[in-house]
Ligand binder design. Sequence first.
Ligand SMILES: [Fe+2]
Length: 290
Amino acid sequence: MKDKIQVKRIASALGAEIRGLELRSLSPETVQEIKSLLLEHHVLFFPDQGLNNEEHIAFGEHFGELEGHPHLENSKDEQRLFVLKASRGGVADEWHSDLSFLPRPALISILQILKCPEVGGDTLWANLARAFDELSPPLRDLCEGLSALHNAEPHGHPETMFVHPMVRVHPDTGQKVLFVNEHFTRRIVELSVEESELLLGYLARWIARPRFTVRYRWSPGTVAMWDNRCTQHFVSNDFEGERVIQRVTVMGDQIEEGNPRWAPYKSPVGPSDTDRHDQMLREFFKSTRI
Ligand SMILES: [Fe+2]
């Protein structure tokens, strides 16, 4: 079975197209092979699969327990599989890793595209290990000592929030990974709001550099799976017509304890109007005086 798998890398940073497999019927050995390929390439594309709902769920279950989406109504009904229909607008056109605002952010997302427009609607992914590695040593060192607050404000739920280290160690590869994103990361905990916005803005632009990314053109029935621990993705909002996807999500693992080198930010001046900028941090650290 292993010999039949055809692997075609499609960018230097990450991403491979896999042919010669029927995802609806996999041997345990082939599942292991797919896990290895995912660790190596971070995002995999399987064209011409056309899985039904049960097959899609069964494929996802090879990789762990599945979870619904916390803020989508149709996910609550079907629990483990959800469908997103988007014409122009309403698409994830900011860089993100899925559900990074949860204590255990999504591990693997597995998406099948059911309908795609003739042009546009590509998805891009970025390699966060490479983005971290290519920062200058002083900036890598600074980021490793910081943590950041993520929340679900883009879903209308700013109260759903969690603080994660800004640099994670991927548990399977040992690679250090930059773990902040444009969509869900609101604030670096140890910096003032101005400093936080400056650094998060810089890192968002850095991560999106084309050299760290792959861009994929969809065709109906293609399945993609990606590792949210070391990638971010972005949907190009340049399409007209229907774009329908369905997704299952493999539940995340516990992120290792952060070890920030500094205390949460505390304004050096007395109470003032600028305190409102730190309200989010105060809410998260209710028991901590900052
Ligand atoms: Fe996403």
